[in-house]
Ligand binder design. Structure first.
Ligand code: ZN
Length: 241
């Protein structure tokens, strides 16, 4: 049987430490987590970008660990930038057969600082879901895994399910689209790109993934990262999808 490639994204505000451990050496699962990290000072403390996987899964574990605390809290501009600079380029190159999302909604606005304190809108999560649906022929599975504020969970779940159903979703406002990600977010994304960019020598012996693919992935990623971070305008981030 051909091996299925899975993209697993963890969008909970906490690092997906258990899931990372399960697939750490598995190159057939590309794991990408976006989470509050703050030098390991936010629960559970793991998820540094240098946790890149172990051979033969080296390079297939991607941690976007946000730095800088709540100065300011990460929101739509920062999550859109992460998708543009890191998640979507690497995911398209990986070309998964199935996309699985750990849909934790504690990054949604409405959570206290100890529970994340981020300000991502429900609408933005719907938008991100639509982006993921451009992968794997639209085979996207969301598993509700987190969130502590009922209104935030309801609103974000509704936005994501609407996206999955192909319903017309309310567009993000122009002010959101024009907003640039904060400096701490740009630094966090640059760190991820720097670490994975240096990772080109890793040898991948997967059944279906060649070195070529991984190198291509990194090269492509760098190009996207440069254009995405250097000249970041959220309008340009959304116009090319
Ligand atoms: Zn959580």
């Amino acid at each position: 049987l051909p091996c299925l490639l899975h993209l697993l994204t963890v969008q909970d505000v906490h690092h997906g430490n258990g899931t990372q451990e399960v697939f750490y050496s598995d190159p057939s699962v590309l794991y990408i987590s976006l989470h509050r990290y703050d030098n390991g000072n936010f629960f559970p403390g793991s998820g540094h970008p240098s946790e890149v996987g172990a051979s033969p899964g080296e390079g297939f574990n991607v941690n976007v660990g946000w730095m800088g605390g709540l100065n300011p809290p990460m929101g739509d501009a920062e999550y859109l930038a992460a998708f543009r600079a890191v998640v979507m380029p690497i995911a398209h190159e990986f070309s998964p057969d199935v996309v699985l999302v750990s849909a934790g909604f504690d990054a949604v606005e409405g959570h206290s600082s100890s529970l994340g304190g981020y300000k991502v809108t429900a609408k933005c999560f719907g938008f991100l879901t639509r982006q993921l649906m451009s992968l794997a022929g639209g085979k996207v599975v969301l598993a509700l895994e987190g969130g502590h504020d009922l209104k935030a969970i309801c609103d974000a779940s509704e936005a994501c399910v609407s996206a999955l159903l192909g319903m017309e979703v309310e567009p993000l406002s122009q002010s959101v689209l024009d907003q640039k990600p904060c400096e701490n977010a740009v630094l966090s994304l640059q760190k991820v790109i720097q670490i994975h960019g240096e990772n080109t020598t890793c040898h991948v012996t997967s059944r279906t993934i060649s070195n070529m693919t991984l190198r291509g992935l990194v090269a492509l990623w760098k190009i996207h990262a440069v254009s995405a971070i250097a000249s970041l305008s959220m309008g340009s981030l959304t116009s090319d999808r």
